[in-house]
Design a binder for this molecule. Structure first.
Ligand SMILES: O=C1O[C@H](COP(=O)(O)O)[C@@H](O)[C@H](O)[C@H]1O
Length: 251
């Protein structure tokens, strides 16, 4: 059972990304040292991709056996595969094309010019088959929008009520409008959930998520891990939190 979310605040977005990269390496190495293959869902977004770029630049990158990591995404933009908006494409550029991943373990959500054509429901259902077949999800990494969306689960949207594991998302308030997303019940299957966010625009949503908001109005509030929920913040995104909420000094 997950305890209360923990909060770690860093002085700026760059330090936030660098320390999150270090955390991710440690998490993957720890799981691999038990003989298991870690299963991690990556996030798009500014800090999410910056984290992967920091990891690529770190000598610790090579402590991970990347051929033995099962990689998912929390959400994806349903646009053609060459579109720079694709979360997977950004992750490939930042890290995954530079390490020895096993392509069979890299589970990209289908693009709009992929095997399902423009049928986003079929693409989401195919991804649900992959997710439903996993015994364990070790870690879901999430960015958060200023209105509290996580993955592509937006406030008051149909996805926030959906109990399937993966859904097609239409009419997103943030472009592009059509997406595929893990749902909150799938995110809550994860052992650990990290919400990683930076900037003043996120401050109110961070405070509401940690202050007891409901998940329909603020989906981030429903993104919890079975063992641990970690808010990894920069100083600006933490600026609306009550004093004393961080368990670690700002560094
Ligand atoms: O659209 C998305 O936005 C969120 C947050 O992005 P950020 O740039 O504001 O940090 C991201 O987590 C999600 O994966 C992405 O598709």
């Amino acid at each position: 059972m997950s305890g209360a979310p923990e909060v770690v605040i860093h002085a700026n977005p760059d330090l936030l990304a660098a320390t999150t990269a270090a955390r991710l390496v440690t998490k993957l190495v720890d799981i691999q040292s038990t003989g298991r293959i870690p299963v991690v869902a990556l996030t798009g977004g500014g800090v999410g991709i910056s984290t992967l770029a920091h990891l690529n630049d770190s000598p610790a990158r090579d402590a991970v056996d990347w051929s033995r990591v099962e990689i998912l995404w929390g959400d994806e933009r349903f646009v053609p595969s060459s579109d720079p908006e694709r979360n997977a494409g950004q992750a490939m550029d930042a890290l995954l094309s530079r390490v020895n991943v096993d392509p069979a373990r890299v589970h990209v959500m289908a693009p709009a010019d992929g095997e399902f054509g423009d049928d986003v429901d079929a693409a989401a259902a195919a991804y649900a088959d992959i997710v439903d077949g996993l015994e364990t999800i070790d870690l879901v990494m999430l960015g958060m929008g200023p209105e509290g969306h996580v993955a592509s689960v937006f406030p008051e949207s149909p996805a926030v009520y959906d109990t399937r594991s993966v859904v097609a998302v239409r009419n997103c308030p943030k472009p592009p409008p059509t997406r595929i997303s893990l749902t909150l019940p799938t995110i809550r299957r994860a052992t650990d959930v990290w919400i990683i966010t930076a900037g003043t625009a996120k401050a109110a949503a961070v405070a509401l998520a940690l202050g007891g908001a409901g998940e329909v109005a603020l989906p981030a509030a429903g993104a919890t891990g079975r063992a641990r929920t970690l808010y990894l913040l920069d100083r600006e995104s933490a600026s609306a939190l009550p004093a004393g909420i961080s368990r670690a000094p700002v560094s």
